[in-house]
Write a protein that binds this ligand. Structure first.
Ligand SMILES: Cc1cc2nc3c(=O)[nH]c(=O)nc-3n(C[C@H](O)[C@H](O)[C@H](O)COP(=O)(O)O)c2cc1C
Length: 176
């Protein structure tokens, strides 16, 4: 059973990115278990002085979760043409470790815009030595209300697209 960790870069209660990672978990194909990381909002702000023995528990939990996972899925909004601070903070906790090195990762997109954040996130994650899978699923949920988001994600075509994307990512993980 492949273990995949899914991270949403939005803390908004009605986040479309969080809805997307939850739906990816729900529609994961056989042989994959997708678990959603829910600690982003509790992570202290990264400080290199707080690494090693001083690493805060919340950061250790994230590092352990990424280390244990066979792959990582990230879906995040764009704020002012950049990656949201909360997600960048989480990634910063992983930089000077082995957790991200050669770890398969897939981006997922809940907005058809966000092209600056997509490019920046890919650059950051490649620099951290994640192995990025190119088959990124995109389901346009931008600006939709929670009921519409739920209905969209429940559509047969979208469920199939999500299943196929996670299957493609699982094949990529297994091929490495
Ligand atoms: C402070 C702020 C800045 C934003 N800046 C951008 C931007 O530069 N480009 C863009 O495409 N969307 C921008 N957006 C829109 C969000 O990226 C978009 O609404 C996203 O889908 C929200 O994700 P969520 O539903 O998971 O919270 C911004 C939203 C906020 C709140």
């Amino acid at each position: 059973m492949l273990k995949i960790l899914a991270i949403s870069g939005s803390l908004r209660a009605a986040s479309t990115n969080s809805a997307l990672v939850a739906a990816l978990a729900l529609n994961a194909p056989e042989g994959c278990r997708v678990t959603v990381y829910d600690g982003l909002g509790r992570l202290p702000i990264f400080n290199p002085d707080d690494e090693g023995e001083r690493t805060p528990r919340e950061a250790s939990d994230l590092i352990d979760a990424v280390t244990r996972a066979d792959g990582v899925i990230v879906s995040c909004p764009e704020y002012a043409h950049g990656v949201p601070g909360g997600l960048k903070n989480a990634l910063d906790w992983l930089v000077s470790r082995d957790a991200a090195v050669a770890k398969p990762a897939m981006l997922a997109h809940a907005s058809p815009r966000s092209l600056f954040a997509r490019a920046a996130l890919a650059e950051i994650m490649r620099t951290m030595s994640f192995a990025l899978f190119e088959g990124e699923p995109e389901i346009a949920l931008l600006g939709k209300k929670p009921a519409e988001v739920e209905a969209n994600l429940a559509e047969q075509a979208n469920r199939q697209a999500m299943r196929e994307a996670v299957q493609g990512f699982a094949d990529f993980i297994r091929s490495r």
